[in-house]
Ligand binder design. Structure first.
Ligand code: DP6
Length: 423
């Protein structure tokens, strides 16, 4: 009777998980298989209202094998060691629970159907592995009812993709490198929740890039093997920056937060240049954004100290896209600058290039966006920089700091139909 009930019940969970963008970069592994890093890192979790991965997992005795669909395309699970790491680890823990409590449905013996979708186009050039593995592990942990803390879950997500461990939490998240060979002390933890600093926003500038760059996985390996600057970074620079950054976040000290963020991005890219043969992730548009932000930061001087007022920070991952962190109050000016110097692709509707998520502009202002800079405060920039050809930046996304993985309870959020196939 119990068995009949178990087979009739649908064992399914749907979650969403966020993207994170590091302000102290993870780059380099000391153990490739377990994905153990050479240095700690720290990131901000971005709001899932704008960017997320949604994942549905279902276990059923009628599924003859595990299957996974990524953005509607079936993937071969067997071909991915990283997917297997996450599925095997959580299933193993479920099997242990079942052996202790025979009344539990034998989910560990059933096949799994996994369907995962990003709400942002993969072509947007945004890394989706972090939100993807965080969603997968969080969904499996819930489906299997595993008594795991978020820190424990982050260790499993880490074995999918290093940066994924930081998407297990919202707000400001540190990944401690750890020292143990088995990775038991290499997990992420929350430094502060998103609500701690609601004024901090992010502007993602998706930069056009025709060629496929070096993947982070292989790039960081070459850096570890060849860069002479890299050991100094890990030993002498990152540990101090981690401490200073945590303090800056707790104090909501934007100037320190921004300075460390920009310096750490620059040093990460310096290590890429110091890799042999060198790795180039930034392009002309990326470098122009760096100069624009420095000019923006030098524009206003604090009369009390005589020093420039830092109001924005850029950071770049393993690609040319810029993420600009800034107080919400600076975003109106920043959006005008970015859309003016990087006009939208000719064939793209304005809404698809920049949609004003926070209502910074009136309707008539929005209509003129990109063709002029109309705030006096930043009009002087027009003569200082040259305008890029349309489409050098393909998309601009304004978002804020957000929470960690969310469980979706409504039936309509499931990505699987009654038969357990993608909807
Ligand atoms: C530059 O997490 O993508 O974005 O662990 O091999 O999957 P793997 O690498 P991944 O590397 C991310 C590197 C980075 C910096 C960061 O997110 O900290």
């Amino acid at each position: 009777e119990q068995q009949k009930q178990q087979t009739a019940k649908v064992y399914e969970v749907t979650v969403t998980a966020p993207v994170n963008i590091a302000v102290i970069k993870y780059w380099g592994k000391r153990n490739k298989k377990l994905i153990l890093p050479t240095n700690p890192s720290l990131s901000c979790t971005l709001s899932q209202d704008h960017l997320h991965t949604c994942t549905t997992v279902r276990a059923s005795p009628t599924f003859d094998r595990d299957r996974l669909w990524l953005n509607c395309v079936e993937e071969r699970i067997e071909a991915s060691e990283r997917l297997l790491n996450c599925i095997t680890a959580t299933r193993q823990l479920r099997a242990e629970l079942e052996s202790k409590d025979p009344s539990l449905a034998p989910l560990s013996k059933w096949g799994l159907h996994i369907c995962s979708q990003n709400n942002f186009p993969t072509a947007a050039g945004l890394a989706s592995s972090a939100s993807g593995y965080a969603a997968l592990v969080s969904a499996l942990a819930k489906l299997f009812e595993l008594p795991l803390s978020e820190e424990d879950q982050s260790k499993i997500a880490r074995t999918g993709s290093g940066s994924a461990c930081r998407s297990m939490f919202g707000g400001f998240v540190a990944w401690q490198a750890g020292e143990l060979d088995d990775g038991g002390d290499s997990f992420s933890y929350q430094v502060a929740p998103a609500t701690h600093w609601p004024d901090l926003h992010a502007l993602i500038c998706v930069v056009s890039d025709a060629k496929k760059g070096v993947s982070s996985t292989s790039g960081m390996q070459t850096t570890v093997q060849t860069s002479e600057l890299f050991p100094t970074r890990c030993r002498d620079v990152v540990p101090q920056r981690m401490e200073a950054m945590k303090r800056a976040i707790l104090d909501r000290d934007f100037e320190t937060f921004a300075t460390i963020t920009m310096k750490d991005s620059n040093q990460f890219h310096a290590c890429c240049l110091d890799t042999y043969p060198p790795i180039f992730y930034l392009n002309d548009a990326s470098r122009a954004i760096i100069q624009l932000i420095h000019a923006f930061n030098n524009q206003k001087v604090d009369p009390a100290t005589g020093k420039p007022v830092i109001r924005a920070a850029y950071t770049f991952d393993a690609g040319p896209n810029a993420v600009i962190y800034a107080p919400k109050g600076a975003m109106r000016e920043l959006v005008q600058l970015v859309t003016y110097f990087f006009p939208k692709p000719i064939d793209r509707p304005s809404q698809a290039y920049y949609s004003d998520q926070f209502g910074l502009f009136s309707e008539s202002e929005y209509a003129r966006l990109g063709s002029d800079i109309y705030d006096e405060s930043v009009a002087e920039f027009k003569d200082k920089f040259s305008v890029f050809p349309p489409g050098a930046v393909r998309r601009v996304i304004h978002t804020s700091i957000g929470d960690g993985p969310r469980l979706l309870t409504s039936h309509s959020s499931s990505l699987l139909n009654d038969a357990g196939m993608p909807k």
